[in-house]
Design a protein around this ligand. Structure first.
Ligand code: ZN
Ligand code: ZN
Length: 284
């Protein structure tokens, strides 16, 4: 009798523990990934535009706290689905590159980005209705101006909307595990660079024929400046066809302020004003 009951009981107890462990591991990965990528772009920002984050330390602390809470939330659906993929054959993620033709790999990356962008545009636009904004999205716009640390600075409700989309897409759109890795990398890098206060990408990516359809910092900066419009994530497609595209902004004003702040800091004892001025040269 004991063995008869022991076996069925062993499975239901082990499975939830394995799922919880998978979710926590994924939260840890998302959190560490955020700290590394935002940290790297924070260092790059301070080197390229010294003074840009002067006086923003309390805001950055808040951005990090909200972002780490978001990382915890992001890890839950990702961890559950990763467990199901590994143990139950869930999802359409494939690891054998012969499963689908090679040409499909870039197509799948585009499909994921476009689907994610569509989801983001419409949920983001909804979060700019007065009530939803107050409850779910004001946290993200508290960053004025946002920094490289604001990439995941979301209220938990907004974090849930962001966390569920990729774990849902893997059930509907086949993707090679490496292509999925690329999608997640693009997602992370764009989330950080769109908020860091300067343009890291070459001009063809944010103006001209191709840039007219892509979203980088110059486009998202304008969303944070105007609140209305420029709701997209990767592509300007929905903004353009729905008439919510407000064009690209520029960073001239904030960079001039940064240079002033830095020049002021340079005049304080122990700092070389000339060295600071030399480093501020060259705009991005
Ligand atoms: Zn917004
Ligand atoms: Zn933003």
């Amino acid at each position: 009798m004991t063995t008869l009951f022991a076996i069925p009981l062993a499975i239901p107890v082990a499975v939830p523990i394995a799922i919880i462990v998978s979710a926590l591991a994924m939260s840890l990965i998302v959190g560490i990934r955020y700290l590394i990528v935002s940290g790297a772009f924070d260092v790059a920002t301070r080197a390229r535009h010294p003074g840009l984050y002067v006086g923003l330390t309390p805001q950055i602390r808040r951005e990090i706290a909200w972002s780490l809470a978001s990382a915890l939330i992001y890890g839950i659906p990702a961890g559950v689905v990763a467990w199901g993929w590994q143990n139950r054959g869930w999802t359409m993620i494939y690891a054998d590159s012969n499963t689908w033709p090679l040409w499909y790999a870039p197509v799948s990356v585009f499909l994921y980005l476009f689907a994610h962008d569509t989801w983001f545009y419409w949920t983001h636009r909804w979060m700019h209705t007065p009530r939803a904004f107050r409850i779910a999205h004001a946290v993200h716009h508290e960053s004025r101006p946002p920094t490289a640390w604001a990439a995941m600075a979301f209220h938990p409700i907004e974090a849930v909307t962001g966390a569920v989309i990729i774990p849902l897409l893997v059930f509907g759109i086949p993707i090679h595990v490496a292509a999925l890795g690329l999608v997640l990398t693009i997602m992370t890098v764009m989330g950080v660079t769109n908020h860091m206060g300067w343009e890291v990408f070459p001009a063809f990516m944010w103006k001209g024929r191709l840039g007219g359809w892509l979203i980088t910092a110059s486009h998202h900066q304008r969303h944070h400046e105007l609140y209305r419009g420029n709701y997209g994530l990767y592509f300007r497609f929905w903004d353009r066809i729905c008439g919510t595209d407000r064009g690209v902004g520029d960073f001239a004003k904030s960079h001039a302020r940064a240079a002033d702040a830095q020049a002021g800091a340079g005049k304080r004892p122990g700092r070389s004003g000339a060295a600071v001025a030399a480093r501020s040269g060259g705009d991005g």
